[in-house]
Design a protein around this ligand. Structure first.
Ligand SMILES: [Zn+2]
Length: 123
C-alpha cells in the first residue's frame, strides 16, 4: 500500500478541519468537545477526505448513546441528517456515486488545499 504517509496526514487534517468548522461543538446537541465522524465509511476513498462527508459529534452522539448516536443507532442518525442537511447529503451522494479513483497528485493537491484552509481563520 503506497501513499500511506500522505493519507495519514490527510486523515489528521480532515479531522481537524471538521472539528474546527464546528468550533469544537457537537453538531447534534451542541456539547463542547468533539470527534470527527465519517458519514459514509472512510473505506470509500473517493469521499474519505470530503468535508461534506464529515460531522463533528460529541462522544455521546458519536459512539456512546444507545438512544441516538451515529454508531449505535445509524438509521436514526441518517434520518436526522436527512432533515438537518438534505442538500449537502445529496451532493455527497453524487460524489460517492462517481467513485473516482484518487491518485497521488490528487492527494497532494488536497493536502495543499487543506493546509491553506487550516491556516485560514473562519473558513
Ligand atoms: Zn452531541
Amino acid at each position: 500500500m503506497g501513499n500511506s504517509g500522505i493519507k495519514k496526514r490527510l486523515d489528521y487534517l480532515w479531522s481537524a478541519l471538521i472539528r474546527n468548522r464546528a468550533r469544537d461543538c457537537c453538531e447534534k446537541c451542541g456539547a463542547y468537545g468533539v470527534q470527527a465522524h465519517h458519514i459514509y465509511s472512510r473505506r470509500i476513498e473517493c469521499i474519505r477526505w470530503s468535508l461534506l462527508n464529515g460531522i463533528a459529534l460529541c462522544p455521546r452522539c458519536h459512539t456512546q448513546s444507545s438512544v441516538f448516536s451515529a454508531h449505535l443507532t445509524p438509521d436514526l442518525f441518517m434520518e436526522w441528517l436527512e432533515q438537518d442537511r438534505p442538500q449537502e447529503l445529496e451532493e455527497l451522494r453524487d460524489i460517492k456515486r462517481l467513485n473516482e479513483k484518487l491518485y497521488l497528485g490528487d492527494l497532494e493537491l488536497l493536502e495543499k488545499k487543506f493546509k491553506i484552509i487550516h491556516n485560514t481563520p473562519c473558513f
